[in-house]
Design a protein around this ligand. Structure first.
Ligand code: IPM
Ligand code: MN
Length: 353
């Protein structure tokens, strides 16, 4: 018996979050038996409902508690009855920033050509990873209003990029690319032709770091062109590194070409600290409580969590089981069209483990 005891903080969150988290935990239970590791979970209720009832979101004391965990498993953030921005900033961004989860790692991997909206593209063409900077850029929240609520109003939103922040992100991308050992190519996705401060820094740091990785090929694409290539020639990509805002945008496009939000997972990673894993699809209020949402994104996030805590075989087993479910069972990856309920899809993954 593996002597390690993992402590997993679980944040079911809003909407369909609790339903997909339940399936993730079902898979965790099964895989822990198979690979003989021990874990304990603790539920943290950072939901819209709790906010509406108590006015509380994530507090500094909660962050201190989260620091004690091996990893965090998050369902979804977003409640239609709470003004947009409050939970996003107060839960998701608060945790990302406070725990310095400076990488947002988003694999874009197609498991079944049938679920790809692109003509003539299959699993061998769509297999790359986006490394999104996760603590700076436009998300830093810097800016101001001048002459608010007058016709002279100016709203300023600053993209804040530090050499240290950019370098650690780019270095992570190169290291990840080397470990991944596929096409061995890192593409910088930016906008050097217009955003001439931020992307000047990114470009300088990118090529400086690249010199330390002679085994890895470099490439550059503007963000608009990146969107074009992701649709036209996704097979060109291996690892894409980009800033917070561009990474947010291109990973929704990435989710679509890998089969949709039902399968897209991501990790908010602090390589030296506590990381958080989540399906990237959101809380899907209209499907809440109906047992129709696809839990595979959450299960893939759980797989990424296992990889992160060092249970590599368990992580691989989860991915292999998900691949079987996607290749052999599901009619669609979209909510309500899978041919199975949320819970049945969780059971299918367990059955293939
Ligand atoms: C994501 C989401 C978040 C982001 C929102 C909910 C704050 O869109 O994880 O991609 O913009 O980062
Ligand atoms: Mn997003």
């Amino acid at each position: 018996m593996n002597q390690k005891m993992y402590k997993i903080a679980v944040i079911p969150g809003d909407g369909t979050g609790p339903e997909v988290v339940a399936e993730g935990l079902k898979v965790l239970d099964a895989v822990s038996r198979k690979f003989a590791f021990r874990y304990e979970t603790k539920i943290f209720d950072f939901s819209g409902r709790r906010y509406r009832e108590t006015g509380k979101i994530v507090e500094d004391s909660d962050i201190e508690k989260l620091r004690q965990y091996s990893a965090i498993f998050l369902g979804a953030v977003g409640d239609p009855e709470v003004k947009p921005g409050i939970l996003e900033k107060g839960v998701l961004l608060k945790i990302r920033f406070s725990l310095d989860q400076y990488i947002n790692l988003r694999p874009v991997k197609l498991y079944n050509a049938k679920f790809c909206p692109l003509k003539n593209k299959g699993p061998k063409d769509i297999d790359f990873v986006v490394v999104r900077e996760n603590t700076e850029g436009l998300y830093k929240g810097m800016g101001e209003f001048k002459d608010k609520d007058t016709k002279d109003e100016v709203a300023i939103q600053i993209s804040y990029n530090t050499h240290r922040g950019v370098e650690r992100c780019i270095r992570y991308a190169f290291e990840y690319c080397r470990r991944r050992n596929k096409k061995k190519k890192v593409t910088l996705c930016g906008k050097t032709n217009v955003l001439t401060y931020a992307w000047d820094l990114w470009e300088r740091v990118f090529y400086a770091v690249a010199r330390e990785y002679p085994d890895i090929q470099t490439d550059y694409a503007h963000v608009d062109a990146t969107c074009m290539w992701m649709v036209k020639n996704p097979e060109w990509f291996d690892v894409i590194v980009t800033d917070n805002m561009f990474g947010d945008i291109i990973t929704d496009l990435g989710a679509m070409i890998q089969g949709g939000m039902g399968i897209a997972a991501g990790g908010n990673i602090n390589p030296e600290g506590v990381s958080m894993f989540e399906p990237i699809g959101g809380s899907a209020p209209k499907y809440t409580g109906k047992n129709v949402i696809n839990p595979l994104a959450a299960i893939c996030a759980l797989g990424m969590l296992l990889e992160n805590i060092g249970e590599h075989k368990a992580a691989q087993a989860v991915e292999d089981a998900v691949i079987k479910v996607v290749q052999k069972k599901l009619k669609s990856l979209s909510a309500g069209k899978m041919g199975y309920s949320t819970q049945e899809v969780g059971d299918l993954v367990v059955s293939f483990l």
